[in-house]
Design a protein. Structure first.
Length: 168
């Protein structure tokens, strides 16, 4: 995955539209499915919990499948990019302890993964206006920069690939 520049206002606008659309689709479709099932299979006891639950589950599965299919649509490109970025950062986060230990010993792949993580996190936090923890990110970046100078490593995040994480 490569980091790309995202227009914050466009991203927020499209994210809000996707969220509202998902909520509306989930609510309408789950009600429609559960009410149809209740109409077809009425309960003598008056409890329709299982039909309501089935309506929500089927609607959620349908919504997820629809979002996956629409992921390449230009109108949600920014939202899909952030979704993919969060998944890529999560993969790195799971191996963070091992990556930091390897970077401390001079491993260039570990340093590259950490650099991608820091730049991706910075972009993500700025898009979501989550700048509260930016100081801890800056401290981690300063430590990485020190290791980069110490081991004379050149980091170009365009060369980062998630497959390199398998070594850690």
């Amino acid at each position: 995955m490569q980091l790309i520049k995202i227009d914050k206002t466009l991203y927020r606008s499209r994210l809000n539209r996707v969220i509202v659309a998902c909520i509306a689709i989930l609510a309408i479709s789950s009600l429609a499915i559960s009410q149809t099932l209740i109409l077809i299979f009425p309960s003598q006891t008056g409890s329709h919990f299982h039909w309501n639950l089935l309506g929500v589950v089927v609607s959620a599965i349908g919504l997820v499948m629809t979002l996956i299919k629409l992921k390449t649509h230009p109108k949600i490109r920014e939202v899909a990019y952030v979704w993919d970025l969060k998944q890529a950062l999560n993969l790195i986060y799971r191996k963070n302890r091992k990556l930091v230990a390897a970077a401390k010993l001079g491993n260039p792949d570990a340093m590259l993964a950490l650099q991608f993580s820091y730049e991706g996190s910075r972009q993500l936090w700025q898009l979501d206006d989550n700048t509260i923890t930016m100081s801890s990110l800056n401290e981690a970046q300063a430590q990485l920069d020190e290791w980069v100078r110490e081991y004379n490593v050149q980091l170009d995040i365009t060369h980062y690939h998630s497959a390199s994480l398998k070594a850690f």
